[in-house]
Design a protein around this ligand. Structure first.
Ligand code: ADP
Length: 391
């Protein structure tokens, strides 16, 4: 079976449910990828460690398995045409073996090996002159004074969503240091946190989605919502996109790559980190852009022509729907009626069987004719919507 059309921009691929794509990870990202795959009539098969993963009932073949176990990954993928990921903590050894058996693996195992390790990522930036905050690689807590405070310590492996990251500002913070191989970074004086999702296919074609900005809640210091396009100057927007392209090109990357950036208070753009997959900062693209990040990911994975990424609305936002502070048990969604009654609002529920405090249970996309209108709708939605639990 032929996947992709290396030299052509025509859809000359024979699609059909006979084309079998495997996804390592069966959470919300896999779920939204399946929605896009339906339109391409691609059969998506899923492996996840959890028996009740959000993708479980949306795939003709669900395998419960350990994503970090090479044998499980190989057993899952051997008969597939292509395999991709929705989480980066998977067995690179297993993926290398599948690639050697002729399965198309995107992202490439070599790229995954760099990105899984924050130390290797930083070294890659340094070797390729990609601007990033100054850093040192250390073995454990006893080396943490190698850099002057304030610093940020990040575990090289296994961290996600801020877990495995600690900010060390004062001498008394030093006792919070992790005693594992880590990256030490200068703490950046951050003006804005930005993200650019870039896709690159096997022919080297590249498309960027417009820059997204994370708006922080100044009290909780948590990402409150994401807004697109980011409120930055046209030059900063151009530079951010150029930087994301440079990263994808320097790596010879194939697939979808989320490039997380800091804009510091001196106006410098620095690459914080990469995610070689669909990303929270691209969820709004389902409603708000000509091609969604999930469809773009599929196109890149199958080496098809990439889709146009331009926005369909002057502004859009994405609010994560997380479990309330006390929520446990079967999820109960409050306020959905009000959300559905608000123009430009589109909820996505991830189908998780249980809710926990702050667990991501869904998201809401909000589109509008300008940033003020969208921000107002965000506030309204947040007042209305909550996820509680029937423990
Ligand atoms: P994760 O992979 O767990 O999301 P990140 O590297 O994105 O970890 O770090 C989480 C958050 O910590 C960032 O979104 C940012 O707010 C803060 N942070 C990370 N690195 C730095 C840094 N060098 N200087 C200041 N803040 C940082």
């Amino acid at each position: 079976m032929q996947i992709g059309s290396k030299n052509s921009h025509e859809f000359d691929v024979s699609f059909g449910p006979s084309l079998r794509l495997g996804v390592l990870g069966g959470g919300q990202l896999g779920r939204m990828m399946i929605q896009s795959a339906v339109d391409f009539d691609v059969r998506v098969e899923v492996m996840d460690p959890s028996a009740d993963a959000p993708c479980r009932h949306l795939t003709p073949r669900f395998i419960q398995g350990d994503l970090q176990n090479a044998a499980d990954v190989v057993a899952f993928g051997s008969d597939l045409d292509a395999i991709t990921i929705e989480i980066e903590h998977v067995s690179v050894t297993g993926l290398r073996q599948l690639e050697s058996q002729g399965v198309r693996v995107i992202p490439k195992p070599d790229h995954l090996a760099i990105i899984q390790d924050k130390g290797k990522q930083k070294a890659f930036f340094a070797e390729n002159d990609i601007p990033t905050s100054p850093f040192e690689l250390i073995e454990g807590a006893s080396d943490v004074q190698k850099m002057g405070l304030p610093i940020v310590q990040k575990m090289r492996k296994g961290g996600y969503d801020g877990k495995g990251v600690v900010v060390l500002k004062t001498e008394s913070d030093l006792e919070k240091a992790f005693d594992v191989p880590s990256v030490l970074e200068h703490a950046v004086d951050i003006e804005k946190e930005l993200s650019v999702i870039v896709a690159r296919n096997g022919s080297g074609d590249i498309r960027c989605f417009p820059v997204v900005e994370a708006v922080f809640d100044p009290v909780a210091n948590l990402v409150d919502y994401l807004i697109a396009p980011a409120v930055i100057s046209p030059k900063q927007e151009k530079d951010a996109e150029a930087l994301a392209r440079r990263v994808a090109e320097a790596m010879n990357f194939e697939g979808l790559l989320a490039v997380e950036l800091f804009l510091d208070r001196a106006g410098n753009l620095l690459v914080n980190e990469l995610a070689p997959r669909t990303h929270n900062s691209g969820h709004h693209t389902i409603e708000a852009n000509r091609t969604s990040q999930f469809e773009q990911h599929l196109r890149a994975v199958l080496d098809l022509p990439l889709g146009a990424t331009d926005a369909l609305f002057p502004a859009s936002a994405m609010v994560n729907l997380v479990g309330s502070a006390q929520a446990h048990g079967i999820p109960a969604y409050a306020g959905l009626d009000a959300a559905l009654d608000t123009p430009g609002v589109h909820p996505h529920l991830y189908g998780k069987s249980t809710v926990k405090p702050f667990r991501k249970m869904g998201h809401v996309t909000i589109t509008g004719s300008n940033h003020e209108e969208v921000a107002k709708r965000v506030m309204h939605i947040r007042e209305q919507l909550s996820v509680n639990g029937n423990a």
